[in-house]
Design a binder for this molecule. Structure first.
Ligand SMILES: [Ca+2]
Length: 335
């Protein structure tokens, strides 16, 4: 009897899991391409079974808005996914002076490949208004947002209409740093440093938040073997990814003395596709937006010493080889 019950429970669990996998994420990708954003966009656009990408929204970040909006359209053109609309959003952060990261991502925002003006233009309207309209019309907790840049667009949408939080299932953020230390200051990660006030607005909205900070992305590194694995896919998309990464990883490898480079934003998409490859902890997190040496720092209470309620899932471990296996498998589907 007990054995039968256990078998029944196992079957139910398997059915539930397969049902969960059967329903794709209704996804908006908010992004500032960005070399690693390009890799993330390819991974997402190659995964229509799991990710129904409603739109790509762009923001100023790694480079200026005109270039991030163009690069998102380039990614879409290269991936053969011109069915996905691209909306341009905020051209500057909420409060702070704009900063960019051309020294890491190149003047055009993508390293290692030639850029051109894509054939298809932007969707009409602003990304912030698109977020307001889409999230307010959405079923409760139905839309996932992959947050691959500064959080300005979503913050502006939440300020304009706080009720839109109801449409959000989860916001999965590439950003922040705790154990690792920062990459733009000793303690701040770029996306949070570029607009900490926006991150505070999103945090205060009470939406379900998952952070993939440098703590995990600096563990998911390229290697010669992994770049060869990507090369072996041998199509245009894989060649572009290898060219982008070969140029992009140099900065971090030299700066940190690491054996390979991180592919930060791709880990957000990998998390959505295969959450079982990652682990972390529900923690209380705050963002420091005071001027001074800790500007943009995320303070993650890993050990719960503050006795505050958890407000984010802080991802700390990931399967590096799993990420590159997934990327290779999915890139093979692209042109
Ligand atoms: Ca990014």
């Amino acid at each position: 009897m007990l054995k039968k019950l256990l078998q029944g429970a196992a079957l139910m669990a398997a059915v539930t899991t397969s049902m969960l996998h059967a329903a794709p994420h209704e996804l908006i990708i908010d992004t500032d391409p960005g070399a690693d954003d390009l890799v993330a966009l390819f991974l997402a656009m190659a995964s229509p079974g799991e990710l129904n990408i409603r739109a790509i929204t762009t923001v100023a970040g790694n480079v200026r808005l005109e270039k991030t909006a163009r690069n998102a359209r380039l990614a879409r053109e290269w991936a053969g996914r011109e069915d996905i609309p691209v909306y341009a959003g905020a051209g500057r952060p909420l409060v702070r002076v704009p900063i960019y990261a051309a020294e890491v991502h190149g003047e055009e925002g993508i390293t290692g490949v030639q850029v051109h003006e894509p054939k298809q233009g932007l969707a009409a309207g602003n990304a912030v208004q698109y977020l307001v309209d889409t999230l307010s019309a959405a079923k409760p907790h139905s839309i996932t947002i992959a947050m691959l840049g500064p959080q300005t667009n979503l913050a502006l949408a939440l300020i304009q209409q706080p009720g839109i939080a109801q449409g959000i299932k989860e916001v999965v953020v590439m950003g922040g740093a705790h154990f690792n230390g920062g990459n733009i200051t000793p303690v701040a990660e770029f996306n949070l440093y570029a607009d900490p006030h926006a991150a505070e607005v999103v945090l205060a909205s009470g939406v379900k938040l998952t952070y993939l900070p440098l703590d995990v992305t600096h563990k998911l590194l390229t290697s010669d073997t992994r770049l060869k694995q990507l090369s072996a896919v041998n199509n245009r998309a894989s060649k572009q990814v290898v060219d982008i990464l070969n140029a992009y990883i140099q900065h971090d490898m030299q700066l940190y003395g690491m054996p390979g480079g991180p592919v930060h934003d791709a880990s957000v998409i990998a998390y959505l596709l295969k959450p079982e490859m990652f682990s972390g902890r529900q923690v209380h997190m705050s963002v420091d937006s005071r001027e001074g040496p800790t500007f943009g720092q995320t303070v993650a209470d890993w050990y719960g010493v503050l006795k505050q309620p958890a407000n984010v899932m802080w991802v700390e471990e990931g399967d590096a080889q799993g990420l590159f296996d997934l990327l290779s498998e999915r890139l093979a589907r692209l042109p």
